[in-house]
Design a protein around this ligand. Structure first.
Ligand code: AMP
Ligand code: GLY
Length: 359
């Protein structure tokens, strides 16, 4: 079996997916459009998944990698996700009454908000300010304190295949009050204690059982955003896709064939060391990025560069979005390599996080 594959989406995550399958024996060709009759579609972003495109293309007989419409509510409705967790005994933050005055607390818009519908608020004024603008309905949950990890799993209709824990850096800067972004960097694996590993295994078994009990049949990725608190993992969120930039870190870390994992149930095997990814963004991101800067990349084979928001005109590169580049390296200490590379990139309004590291 050798397939014509379409990777749906056009960001750095989707480039990393294409990069990881292009030499696979299971991939005959990567095609750019649905008109080229793909045998397999791998969905990147949440929007087409939540819009039901997996169901649609599956009904046309095309094999799709993506969560179906029914289960996409795990991401598109945080309240539905909460119900799923509570019904299956999965630990998560408690819901508080909307008028709760216990601070800090977390305000969450129910629907898809591209990471901008959640805020930890520390007082009533901040709460009033945030709730005035976010989409309704929203809800309030208890604030949990702890280290976070992202665990991405692949459900193949029967069982979960779990990737190693990753960690992303969501905030724009080290300042805890700086805005949440799509992700300024990520790394894997995250070193966990034995207790944390045991609890993680327990949680992932619970998730697998829950999906089976609810009748899940899809072939797709489920992302668990977890926080370590009160000696256990609590779920902060579900996504129905691979995380961006965690996907870039994980796929570069794989030592076996990604398509063998998703099509033939192989277990992931990893390289040695750590795999990291650093986002180069445009000044003004996430609200008002300044775009249109010419980009000149240093020549250095140790760093892989994926384009997140780049326009190519006459062989020249220009910034064309908030997140512009995704830099990747696998080694014993990848972040210094990536920061050094990012330093050398010529792009007038470039920003990146110089403070992040493996911890
Ligand atoms: P979410 O999109 O729900 O993952 O939220 C985005 C970020 O907000 C998370 O990665 C956490 O840093 C923070 N967050 C969300 N829910 C909570 C919570 N209950 N307690 C503490 N921080 C939270
Ligand atoms: N990195 C988190 C996300 O993709 O939502």
């Amino acid at each position: 079996m050798s397939l014509k594959v379409l990777v749906y989406g056009c960001g750095a995550r989707e480039q990393a997916i294409k990069d990881s399958i292009k030499h696979s024996a299971l991939c005959k060709q990567i095609v750019e459009s649905i008109c080229q009759n793909p045998d397999l579609i791998i969905f990147g972003p949440e929007q087409p998944i939540c819009d039901g495109l997996v169901d649609y293309y599956s009904s046309l007989g095309i094999k799709c990698i993506g969560v179906d419409k029914k289960f996409s509510v795990l991401e598109s409705s945080k309240l539905s996700a909460k119900k799923f967790m509570v019904n299956h005994g999965i630990k998560c933050a408690k819901l508080l009454p909307v008028e709760s005055d216990i601070f800090p607390q977390v305000v969450k818009a129910d629907g898809l908000c591209k990471g901008k519908g959640v805020k930890v608020v520390y007082n009533q004024a901040e709460k009033d300010e945030f709730t005035r603008f976010i989409p309704k309905p929203y809800f309030i949950e208890e604030y949990l304190k702890g280290d976070e990890i992202s665990v991405m799993s692949y459900f193949n209709g029967q069982k979960l295949i779990n990737f190693c824990p990753a960690r992303d850096f969501k905030r724009l800067s080290a300042d805890i009050k700086s805005p949440n972004t799509g992700g300024m960097g990520a790394y894997c694996p995250v070193d966990l204690s034995e207790l944390q590993m045991n609890r993680l295994e327990k949680y992932l078994n619970l998730l697998e059982k829950a999906l089976i009990l609810e009748g899940a049949k899809f072939n797709g990725f489920v992302y668990s955003g977890l926080i370590w608190t009160k000696n256990d993992w609590y779920v902060l969120e579900y996504n129905v896709r691979l995380g961006d930039p965690e996907c870039q870190a994980i796929l570069n870390f794989l030592d076996n064939d990604f398509l063998e994992i998703i099509l033939n149930g192989e277990k992931p095997v990893y390289k040695k060391g750590y795999s990291a990814c650093l986002t180069v963004a445009s000044e003004g991101y996430p609200y008002n990025p300044i775009i249109g800067d010419e980009i000149i990349l240093p020549v250095d084979d140790s760093v892989k560069v994926y384009f997140a928001g780049v326009k190519q005109i006459d062989n020249r590169l220009y910034s064309n979005g908030g997140r512009v580049l995704s830099l990747c390296n696998v080694s014993d200490n990848p972040f210094p390599v990536l920061k050094d590379y990012a330093d050398k990139i010529i792009m007038r309004h470039k920003i990146f996080r110089n403070d992040i590291n493996i911890f």
